[in-house]
Design a protein around this ligand. Structure first.
Ligand code: NAP
Length: 482
């Protein structure tokens, strides 16, 4: 495998080989810490997408027929290789995504765990056998691979969002085409090479970076050889791809946007709630679908909580993700910076006060200062939209019903966080919250062994856990008489 740091992989990865785009196109990958070009990468077009689908089709039958134990051993090797090269992967992620090295290291460990978890699940995909109620026959249900999968991933976790899809797909016996975000194609290409080295046969995993996302994904979704789309990204693009998937009635898994409420009751352990808020808000500089987007604090403790959160966030070191001392890196690109800046300005214009930050520092790169806002107007766009930056808007509430009402007042439903010292209240509120996941006295829920996913407009399907592998299978019912 090429060195990750010094010899970047920048061509498409199709049928086990690095190839240029058919039309020779390339695009720039920028360093978010400076805005300068790191390198150029081959830009897939429709012809390349069709070649990749062809490679995935040629490989499909024999991969599906490969013994589950053998597929498991390959995934296990991928886990070991990624773990051995964790530092190289972390530096690559920090470089192209901008996140701080501690976040990048955390992502690599999380990403590698999907290979390990699904190496264990590959040999545990079972069906069922039962007698029909009439007694006339046997009902046999087997699980079969869904077929060729198109995987589309975002830039905010360039390694983990890819392994969270590739690992269960391979465990189930599917072949895949990965279309990574064009801000972060280098990690995905390094992953393709790693899987090749781990023993994944040519054509089973293909990686198609490209700026012409709409055209190449649409072409693949309309190719009758493709049977599934697994998408992680914004709700806006997810809706569009669901419509496109309808044309061929594709099996779809959608991991979409979030607008997580972080609810702190006055009886909570305040130190623990602050620790949780720091993780839920500041992991990845707030560029996470699980980021605490709206912080609701019960009135008696709101002032102390806000002041102490501002102290904690204000002490973080802002800088290039690749520097060891950095705790908050730059945002991914200029658009992200503009969006965060305008959400904060709108909130301040509508009466919010910045206890901390509230502006972009005067330096090159896409930096935004850690920011804490109080007195945020209830109808402020910053409470309705994903901030995707290091900004914590704090709103106070009086009682449990109001907290639940405010938390649920969004079309999103990915994750919610609740802090309380009263376990009965914690479980009661967890049940009432409209989200696919709840962190109860915890600011981090992501775990490869747990089903990750949203309700409402945050998505369809689950990734991780046993559910994650079932999403890459179809159940076939065989009615048997003998
Ligand atoms: P995005 O703009 O929706 O892009 C996601 C992926 O879709 C990228 O690969 C992108 O390619 C591609 N894409 C964009 N427009 C497309 C189109 N018209 N047709 C086909 N593909 C298209 O999202 P993002 O900005 O990369 O990521 C941030 C979003 O992801 C946030 O909303 C976040 O909440 C969500 N997210 C959700 C989860 C979850 O598990 N629920 C996890 C992480 C992130 P290009 O890069 O080339 O545009």
């Amino acid at each position: 495998m090429a060195q990750l740091k010094d010899d970047l992989l920048t061509d498409l990865f199709i049928d086990g080989k690095a190839v240029a785009a058919a039309d020779g196109a390339r695009f720039d990958v920028l360093d978010p810490a400076t805005g300068e070009v790191i390198t150029t990468v081959a830009d897939s077009g429709i012809a390349d997408a069709m070649t990749a689908v062809g490679a995935a089709e040629t490989a499909a039958q024999s991969w599906a027929a490969t013994a589950p134990r053998e597929r498991a051993e390959i995934l296990r090797r991928a886990f070991e290789l990624m773990t051995a090269r964790a530092e190289d992967f972390a530096e690559l992620i920090a470089r192209e995504n901008g996140k701080a090295l501690p976040d990048a290291r955390g992502e690599v460990a999380y990403a590698a765990e999907f290979f390990r978890w699904y190496s264990e699940e590959a040999v545990r995909i079972t069906g069922s056998v039962g007698t029909a109620p009439s007694g006339a026959n046997t009902i046999m249900v087997v699980r079969q691979p869904v077929g060729i999968c198109v995987l589309v991933t975002p830039w905010n976790f360039p390694a983990a969002m890819a392994t969270r899809k590739i690992a269960p797909a391979l465990a189930a016996g599917c072949t895949v085409i990965l279309k990574p975000a064009s801000d972060t194609p280098l990690t995905a290409l390094a992953m393709g090479a790693l899987l090749d080295e781990a023993g994944v046969p040519p054509g089973v995993v293909n990686v198609l970076p490209g700026r012409r996302s709409g055209a190449i994904v649409s072409a693949m979704l309309h190719d009758p050889r493709v049977r599934k789309l697994s998408f992680t990204g914004s709700t806006e693009v997810g809706r569009l791809l669901l419509r496109e998937s309808a044309d061929q009635v594709l099996n779809t898994s959608m991991e979409l946007g979030g607008n997580a409420p972080f609810v702190v009751f006055a009886d909570a352990d305040l130190d623990a709630a602050l620790d949780g808020a720091m993780v839920a808000k500041m992991r990845n500089a707030g560029e996470a679908c699980t980021a605490a987007n709206r912080i609701y604090v019960q009135a008696p403790i709101a002032e102390e909580f806000s002041r102490r959160l501002a102290e904690r966030m204000g002490a973080l070191v802002l800088g290039p993700g690749t520097e060891e001392a950095t705790q908050v890196g730059p945002l991914v690109n200029q658009d992200a910076l503009d969006k965060v800046s305008s959400l904060v300005s709108e909130a301040i214009d509508a009466g919010a006060r910045a206890l901390l930050g509230g502006a972009a520092p005067d330096r090159a790169g896409f930096y935004y200062e850690p920011t804490v806002l109080v007195d945020v107007a209830a109808d402020s766009p910053i409470l309705r939209e994903e901030i995707f930056g290091p900004v914590a808007p704090i709103v106070t509430f009086e009682d449990e019903d109001e907290a639940v009402r405010l938390a649920n007042s969004t079309e999103y439903g990915l994750v919610s966080y609740v802090y309380t010292g009263d376990l009965a209240r914690g479980l009661r509120v967890s049940e009432r919250l409209e989200s696919g996941m709840v962190g109860l006295n915890r600011g981090l829920v992501s775990d490869p062994a747990a089903p990750f996913g949203g309700v409402k407009q945050s998505g369809i399907g689950r990734e991780g856990g046993h559910e994650g592998v079932l999403d890459y299978t179809e159940s076939k019912y065989i009615a048997v008489s003998w």
